[in-house]
Design a protein around this ligand. Structure first.
Ligand code: 5GP
Ligand code: ZN
Length: 115
């Protein structure tokens, strides 16, 4: 059975898509933990960073480059942002399909934000 992010990737579930190419989809988090909260997701189902293979090297690089580009597009590059992979239940991973969190847009200055 497809996981929830595979369903989003395959457009069986709606999402607010902000970027798409052949390998990657980026969409807004449904329950944002920051003023800007985007999930950058490989279309290929990889359960977590623990399952990452050497052959995924370019894909993981692309996730970061798209994150950078989304940070520029939303202008959070000017105020600061976080990039995060939660790996495993103990770290708060709820969806077992690899996703890079891009979080930013805080206005209150230097604060520590956790997700
Ligand atoms: P995790 O806790 O696995 O690192 O992050 C999963 C993220 O996916 C959470 O921030 C959660 O709000 C988001 N999320 C879960 N289900 C959906 C959904 O159906 N649509 C969207 N857009 N985000 C989702
Ligand atoms: Zn999946």
């Amino acid at each position: 059975m497809e996981c929830i992010f595979c369903k989003i990737v395959n457009k069986k579930l709606p999402s607010e898509i902000v970027y798409e190419d052949d390998e990657i989809l980026a969409f807004k988090d449904i329950n944002p933990k920051a003023p800007v909260h985007i999930l950058i997701v490989p279309k290929k189902h990889i359960r977590s960073m623990n399952e990452l293979k050497k052959e995924d090297k370019d894909l993981i690089g692309s996730l970061f480059l798209i994150a950078k580009s989304m940070a520029e597009k939303t202008e959070i590059n000017k105020t600061g942002y976080k990039l995060c992979f939660n790996v495993g239940k103990g770290a708060g991973q709820m969806v077992d399909h690899l996703h890079l969190h891009l979080l930013g847009g805080w206005t209150e200055g230097i604060t520590k934000h956790n997700i």
